[in-house]
Design a protein around this ligand. Structure first.
Ligand SMILES: Cc1ncc(COP(=O)(O)O)c(C=O)c1O
Length: 408
């Protein structure tokens, strides 16, 4: 009989604390998004934080009928694992949806179902980025995407954005000066956090520029369907399907509890994203996929989104009026969103991170702007989400915010 292997002897049990064992790439990350989500759930304040849809819009009656039907007729698919690229019939319904909204239909090999927008961003980062690769992002941009890229050790290059969207000339100058980002991430419609939309000529110019330099465009269309006036401009993907991966989500238009979205782009990239998904969550939940398909195919989606648009348009108008009433005549300026969830308030000389605490004392919450900037520090902006605040509360909340700044 062989002797039992003895455990290595140590002088003292491990007591170093587990943070010292965290991977280098996660150590010291401040969890900005978790902080936003924590604040976003606060109910004791007038809450302008969090890019959440209004829960009053959730189509519970129809969902109840559809869930019952699915459990009765299709449990073998709806409660089962799904293919990593998504259930074929669901991909077909999403392809129809994309074609209807953008005038171009992704081929079967160009489209996959994802577990929401963040999942698509993570799959792209995981599939495309080596440590030290550069990624260009709008400055400011959606925190979740930026941390998605940096958590795969990317270096971030900030590109300015204004009320005409991404400054394509500034990006062209960066490229001409030798910057070589592998991809550029942009939110062309009703951007998070600014609310700004990219002008049509800039869309074409960006596609041409990226084609020339071999830079992949990652187009996030999270708020595209929530425009307040007319039809949206051409999507970047429809202008350049050879150079764009589009990320869509149903979180803002359907409901985020379902965690569903899509990625559409060149087949060789989508194929790699599907492989990357196999060792993340393997597949988007089948029940949600089938529910979405039934909601789209049953003709409920268009009315639902139209209703949402009307609600958010009215709230955006109240927000803009309230900002004018409370901040007019002060050094402040703000964006006038034509869709989406956000207004972007600039308060020159005010540290909005400190203001968030003062505002909390007056029962108002918002997201300080600093976290949305990756390269250039900026502490004088505030992101105000009007998506789930009632009209009277918007007016009251903005008045309280002005008082917290000392403008009232
Ligand atoms: C621009 C943008 N993209 C993606 C997401 C995340 O989408 P999802 O909830 O589907 O992961 C958000 C959510 O705030 C967003 O604002």
């Amino acid at each position: 009989m062989t002797a039992r292997a003895s455990l290595p002897t140590v002088d003292a049990p491990f007591s170093g604390g587990w943070t010292s064992r965290l991977a280098e790439r996660t150590r010291g990350r401040d969890g900005t998004l978790s902080a936003i989500l924590a604040l976003a759930n606060a109910t004791d304040v007038i809450n302008f934080s969090g890019g959440f849809p209004d829960h009053a819009l959730f189509p519970t009656d129809v969902l109840q009928q559809l869930v019952e039907k699915l459990l009765h007729d299709d449990a073998a698919v709806a409660l089962q694992y799904a293919p990593s690229e998504g259930i074929a019939s669901v991909r077909d319904a999403i392809a129809d949806h994309v074609e209807h909204g953008q005038g171009l239909r992704p081929d079967e090999t160009d489209l996959m179902v994802t577990s929401g927008g963040i999942d698509a961003i993570t799959l792209i980062a995981k599939s495309m980025l080596d440590a030290g690769d550069a990624v260009a992002v709008e400055e400011p941009s959606y925190v979740g995407a930026v941390t998605g890229f940096t958590s795969f050790d990317a270096t971030v290059l900030g590109v300015p954005i204004d009320d005409g969207g991404l400054d394509v000339d500034a990006f062209a100058a960066l490229l001409a000066a030798g910057a070589a980002p592998k991809l550029i991430y942009t939110i062309p419609d009703h951007q998070n956090p600014s609310g700004w939309t990219m002008a049509p000529d800039r869309r074409r110019a960006l596609v041409e520029l990226c084609r020339r330099y071999g830079v992949l465009i990652v187009e996030d269309v999270a708020y595209r369907e929530l425009g307040f006036a007319g039809s949206p401009d051409n999507s970047l993907w429809s202008l350049g399907p050879d150079v764009v991966v589009q990320i869509g989500t149903f979180s803002k238009t359907f409901f985020p509890g379902v965690r569903l979205g899509w990625a559409a782009g060149p087949a060789e990239i989508v194929a790699q994203l599907v492989i990357a998904k196999q060792n993340s969550d393997q597949c988007a939940g089948a029940l949600g996929q089938r529910l979405l398909e039934e909601f789209l195919r049953g003709g409920y989606y268009a009315d639902h989104v139209e209703h949402a648009r009307r609600l958010y348009r009215a709230r955006a108008a109240v927000m803009t009026d309230a900002l004018a009433a409370s901040f007019g005549g002060t050094p402040a300026s703000w964006s006038r969103p034509d869709g989406g969830f956000f207004s972007w308030l600039r308060l020159p000389g005010v540290d909005t991170t400190a203001l968030a605490t003062t505002a909390r004392d007056r029962d108002v919450a918002f997201v300080p702007g600093a976290g949305f900037f990756s390269a250039r520090p900026d502490t004088e902006h505030a992101r105000l989400s009007f998506s789930r605040v009632s009209e009277p509360d918007i007016a009251e909340g903005i008045a309280r915010l002005a008082a917290a700044v000392g403008y009232a």
